[in-house]
Design a protein around this ligand. Structure first.
Ligand code: NAD
Length: 254
């Protein structure tokens, strides 16, 4: 059986993902961890329960809260302090430790089990200044990006990874970008899994390679490829992507 953990799983994206993935994959054990920091996230608990998703109260800032969890096949990190205003009052600790230390702790948990990990980043990783120079065209109901742009990585299709990343962007965007850099280290370098034994009892020491730390998702709200089915919500896009990821994993394993 595949065991999937969604951190921040009582939030908007996490809870919708949990319910959707549990319905699509009844053979999976899906559970969520959340500290219910976000007001209203507790309102999602009955819906999670009805979907057969187990709730664990815990904090991603605390590695011990994560280490207590059973062995995972996969982890989707949806916990965050996602406000661009967070920290402007001088109280930066919660934001930095949830978004950055939390991502680090999730990486360590994924490494422990050689588990897949999907990280939800944000388009806010792109700095403010170059965005202010983007050329816009007025359409009947809104402004749209012009096809011709002076900034690399910008077009009418949106913002790509070639967009410049130097400059200030908000503390929220900075913690997400810093987490992406951390993820690159776990993807690209030979940081080895601590997992010593598989279910079958044999020795296993997996490297957290690109195939396991599967994706960061930074340009989500700008450049989700259009499939012709119209705009999809953030949870719907991540749910399809996660399903594709697991299908690839199953076919690679067989
Ligand atoms: N909603 C969007 O359209 C969107 C767009 C771009 C990126 N994102 C990213 O997607 C992720 C989920 O966003 P969301 O809209 O669901 O936000 P949300 O605030 O609804 O959910 C975040 C959840 O994390 C929990 N949480 C906060 N601090 C925690 C901690 N220390 N330990 C454990 N849980 C904690 C909160 O209680 C909440 O339930 C975030 O990383 C966000 O940056 C969302």
């Amino acid at each position: 059986m595949s065991r999937l953990l969604i951190t921040g799983g009582a939030g908007f994206v996490g809870s919708n993902l949990a319910v959707s993935l549990a319905a699509r994959h009844p053979e999976w054990e899906v559970f969520v961890l959340d500290n219910l920091y976000r007001r209203g996230s507790e309102l999602n608990l009955p819906r999670l329960e009805a979907a057969g998703v187990e709730f664990v109260k815990g904090d991603v800032r605390e590695l011990d809260d994560l280490k207590r969890l059973p062995e995972l096949s996969a982890l989707i990190e949806c916990s965050a302090e996602p406000s661009v205003m967070s920290g402007v009052d001088g109280d930066t600790s919660y934001l930095v430790h949830t978004n950055l230390t939390g991502a680090y702790n999730c990486l360590e948990l994924a490494r422990r089990d050689g588990a897949f990990m999907v990280f939800l980043s944000t388009s806010r990783v792109y700095p403010v200044e170059p965005q202010l120079s983007l050329k816009l065209e007025e359409a009947p109901t809104r402004f749209e990006l012009a096809e011709e742009q002076d900034v690399a990585g910008a077009s009418a299709a949106g913002i790509s990874e070639e967009f410049p990343i130097a400059g200030a962007r908000t503390l929220y965007g900075t913690t997400k970008l810093a987490a992406e850099l951390l993820i690159e280290e776990y993807r690209g370098s030979a940081i080895r899994s601590n997992t010593s034994a598989s279910a079958a009892g044999e020795s296993r020491s997996a490297t957290c390679s690109t195939s396991r730390i599967w994706s960061t998702w930074s340009s989500a709200s700008f450049s989700i490829p259009s499939s012709g089915t119209g705009a999809q919500s953030t949870p719907a896009v991540v749910a399809s992507a996660a399903s594709r990821c697991w299908r690839r994993r199953r076919s690679a394993a067989s």
